[in-house]
Design a protein around this ligand. Structure first.
Ligand code: NAP
Ligand code: 3JN
Length: 343
């Protein structure tokens, strides 16, 4: 099998580190690998297959000279806006994790289980969807295929790792300080809040990303717009996104309205046959998906499936996945596997 020269941009970040793990664990055919980040991480060393590799600074000069063929990028929207076109100009494929290119009509927005057919050798920028979108559309796709989904109402419960390495440390630090007071103090001081907009330890934050004109957050509108682009432009979607004090694993309570009547057995069968989905729905034995069990796992887990008696043809589902894996690094590497089938 042909091997490829690969670069990981944002290699030192929460997603980038998992990209390194996924490339290694899934045995992506690599002949040469480069790790890139900002000037802050230049010279740091990261492990790949028992080898220490030095992190380089991403610059226009690097792109001008490099012979890499595929870039996995996870370094924020402004870095992607600046650098992805430079890679593309040199006919280097750039699988980007940020929101910078997702809604550009000619850029494929890919969840491989659903729409790998939108990839093309002529399209050099490829967008990875938002983590909350990926796990939801992956779980709903087999249902949508057997009974069209008309409307989705979703509330998310998103882990702090979705906000990067600094947010993980912030939860740890705040939690430790509160526990040290024996819960006599339940608020942390303002100086201990910086990566997230409010205190996250022993709390919830009903805000992910910035607020928009319509009073929804940008994260909520990403779920709306990306779901339409990936699954079906006719689906109506509305979302509330909440940050919870979980390290890894996003959870979602999803209510779907279907076009026709369907049985729970049909939904079970669709999900059991769905790609990379695991059904855990055994309430008698208190079995349902939870983020602690999804941490480090590749599939997306679905459970708590029940008919909503308040409205015709409506169903509740509970969907959990590791946000750094299927929500980011794993999906990007799966896209890379689909891409090389075309080259
Ligand atoms: P993180 O832990 O804060 O890591 C950020 C990474 O970007 C670091 O490696 C950082 O390098 C690098 N970086 C920052 N500015 C750079 C620049 N100018 N040039 C090159 N590298 C630069 O964040 P993360 O959680 O890994 O997320 C990174 C990005 O991935 C996010 O901003 C977002 O766009 C995307 N993301 C997507 C999803 C998704 O839903 N699919 C989920 C999470 C994140 P240094 O070490 O040098 O600072
Ligand atoms: O907060 C989460 O759980 C997911 C965060 C994703 C994210 C974080 C910073 C910037 C994104 C994203 O992928 O949508 C971005 C971005 O807009 O690129």
């Amino acid at each position: 099998m042909r091997k490829f020269r690969v670069a990981i941009v944002g290699a030192t970040g929460a997603v980038g580190r998992e990209m390194i793990n996924m490339v290694e664990k899934l045995n992506f055919p690599v002949s040469e690998i480069h790790f890139l980040a900002s000037h802050r991480s230049k010279g740091k060393k990261l492990k790949f297959k028992n080898e220490e590799i030095e992190v380089k600074e991403l610059t226009p000069e690097f792109i001008e000279k490099t012979d890499v063929e595929i870039v996995l990028m996870s370094a924020g929207g402004s870095t992607s806006k600046k650098y992805a076109p430079l890679f593309a100009k040199r006919k280097i494929y750039c699988i980007d994790n940020s929101s910078a290119w997702r809604m550009v009509p000619e850029v494929p927005l890919v969840v491989p289980e659903i729409n790998a057919h939108t990839l093309s050798p002529q399209k050099y920028i490829i967008a990875n969807p938002n983590c909350s979108t990926i796990q939801m559309v992956q779980a709903l796709y087999p249902v949508h295929k057997i009974a069209k989904i008309k409307r989705i109402v979703v509330a998310t419960y998103q882990a702090v790792s979705g906000a990067g390495q600094k947010a993980i440390l912030e939860l740890q630090n705040q939690a430790r300080k509160i526990v040290e007071t024996n819960f006599e103090k339940i608020h942390v001081s303002r100086k201990d809040i910086s990566a997230l907009p409010q205190q996250i330890a022993f709390n919830l934050i009903p805000q992910i990303d910035v607020f928009l004109e319509n009073s929804f957050t940008k994260e909520e509108m990403k779920m709306v717009n990306e779901t339409k682009k990936i699954l079906d432009p006719e689906i109506e979607v509305t979302a509330t996104c909440v940050r919870v004090p979980v390290i890894r694993g996003h959870s979602e309570a999803v209510n779907v309205e279907l076009e026709r009547e369907i049985s729970i057995e049909e939904i079970y069968k669709a999900i059991r046959n769905g790609e990379n989905l695991v059904l855990i729905d055994d309430i008698k034995n208190l079995k349902y998906p939870m983020p602690v069990d999804a941490h480090g796992k590749l599939p997306t887990f679905v459970g708590r499936i029940r008919k909503d008696p308040s409205r015709k043809n409506c169903w509740w589902l509970w969907i959990v996945s590791d946000n750094l894996l299927k929500g980011a690094a794993l999906n990007a590497v799966q896209i890379a596997f689909k891409l090389i089938e075309l080259l």
